[in-house]
Ligand binder design. Sequence first.
Ligand code: GLU
Length: 465
Amino acid sequence: MTIRTRFAPSPTGFIHLGNLRSALYPWAFARHHQGEFILRIEDTDQERSTLEAVEVILEGMHWLGLDPDEGPIYQMQRLNRYQLVIQDMLKNGLAYPCYMSEADLNALRDAQIANKEKPRYNGLWRPEHGKILPEPPVGVSPVIRFKNPLEGSVAWQDAVKGLIEIRNDELDDLVIARTDGTPTYNFCVVVDDMDMNITHVIRGDDHVNNTPRQINIMRALGGTPPVYAHLPTVLNDTGEKMSKRNGAMSVRDYQKAGYLPEAILNYLARLGWAHGDAEVFTKEQFVAWFELEHLGRSPAQHNPEKLLWLNHHYIQQADTKYLSELVRPFAEERGIDIHRGPNFEQVVGLLKDRANTLLEIADGAKLFYMPAPQHSAEQIVAHIPEAIKPALNDLRRAIEGCESSKEAYAAAIKAVLVQHQIKMPALAMPLRYALFATTQTPAIDAVMALMGWEACTERLNLVLS
Ligand code: GLU
């Protein structure tokens, strides 16, 4: 049997990080078993579905490398198929037209609530052997209801939650098509999961109440229900359900903030699943380790610091060439012209150890590509004491023709410190200021090596007469 999983998002709004976990797990499960992963866009809610949301989903999945084997398959393009199944169900007595008006349904519901009963459809139009149905009202289009079994129960062994059993008398006859003929959500899911031969449904536990209904419809259609794994919710860092309202970010936001897809993937993987105490692992390891048995049973909590830490880790580990390609668009966005300054890859190499995001690297890189500072006379007086000028002067001489290595510049600086009997900060502060008009830079010897002796000398000339 080929394992087939799916991600079936509704493109009806904001897609946050937690939502994409419902893509990652079925993807990993399919890959682990050399199975197939299908992307299905559940867009039948035409009022709320947007193309923008579809794009965010496709883009986010692609960015994380969760490419589907089939799809995207859009439900709106399968309406004919749903109609055919509904017609068949009517023909076979699995479903029936119900003419109860909205007003009557509401009255029924109010009466049930007043009686302290659970509100539910009363089966008025449900055909039974020997039962005489009311005369269909003229000019009224019916909804179509599924004939849910009246007795017994529906049970499944949920891969996360264990055995779940619901009595059929708890479930009323679900509307599968509206008065205008459009199929309803739970029904389309069943037809699709059957047609697409889905073997494992891994999804958020906000769908756990739909499952008994879906299983009943699937069995009525002659299908075998898949394995279900309902994932506990993702909570935000303050313990509320993650949502846009309380500050959740979309995958696109993380991309823009300079996160690496590797970090996001690693982070998401641990948001409700564990492999021993492994915290940092590759995509390949994740796929090799991913099994449903190790899905967590309690809600996972979003931890932005941990994500940032992972991002730092992946930045540090990343190949510098690859990293510089990723930083380049961020640098361009900041107006940095990487051709007017030192080798960009080397700059990224110098900055990557301390950076948490690509954006931080780009910000740090600015220093190297700004034009030489134009200090005013007052600024020079304020930041470059007369007493240090002889040392700066000697340094200027010492670096002439200096080889572009951190060590060579460190040696030149050391010699000047010794010669003038001064400490590093006494020289480094005015030196940084002279070169960059700031006192904050990475290690000055490394920075100077990247700038090259000509550029450094040119800048020193501006403050030394
Ligand atoms: N379309 C549903 C959602 O976005 C998921 C349905 C499913 O996975 O069965 O919540």
